[in-house]
Design a protein around this ligand. Structure first.
Ligand code: NI
Length: 183
């Protein structure tokens, strides 16, 4: 790890950056390397298992995932740059949450297993076959790169039930469309 990573502010529901299609990363510059380090640090500090660049206000196709660290206390972040889901199989329903939607947890239907290819933090091509929680986390973070949030995928009745909670979250959005949480 590079020294002194920064804690980045989380953009929450209502913020326009969460609804944009993030841009491809064209090359691995020093700035991008530092950013990935900050993104990873922020995921751990905020107790996340995944964090996508748009969630910290950076509209680039990058996310990090570590679905095991809270069980083992060992940190093994997986970095995905310009990811592509190249295969998917079967479906399953799991409860999800998101750092950009604090205190909201809902059931979402996802593919049970997927194959994904991406570039890693060293700009090497990597391919993963993922199942279970890792597969869910990858699909959730991948959606963030396309401006999609997990609450877009829940049942209509549940959408109605959590409508007020969503409106409350969005109510702190400023006139420029930013809704940033600093705590
Ligand atoms: Ni999320």
């Amino acid at each position: 790890m590079i020294n002194n990573p920064k804690l980045l502010p989380i953009h929450i529901y209502g913020d326009k950056v969460l609804r944009q299609r993030a841009k491809e990363v064209e090359q691995l510059t020093d700035d991008i390397k530092l950013f990935i380090n900050d993104l990873t640090h922020t995921m751990y500090i905020r107790d996340g298992v995944g964090l996508a660049a748009p969630q910290v206000g950076v509209s680039l196709r990058i996310f990090v995932i570590d679905t095991e660290w809270f069980k083992t206390d060992e940190k093994n972040p997986k970095v995905f740059i310009n990811p592509q889901i190249i295969d998917m199989e079967d479906e399953e329903i799991n409860e999800e949450g998101c750092l950009s939607l604090p205190n909201i947890f809902e059931n979402v239907k996802r593919y049970k297993s997927i194959k994904i290819k991406a570039l890693n933090e060293n700009w090497e091509e990597v391919e993963y076959y993922a199942q279970g929680f890792l597969s869910v986390a990858i699909q959730h973070e991948f959606d963030h790169l396309n401006g999609v949030l997990f609450v877009d995928k829940i049942q209509q009745i549940r959408k109605l039930i959590i409508k007020k909670a969503l409106n409350d979250l969005a109510s702190t959005t400023d006139s420029e469309g930013n809704n940033i949480r600093y705590d």
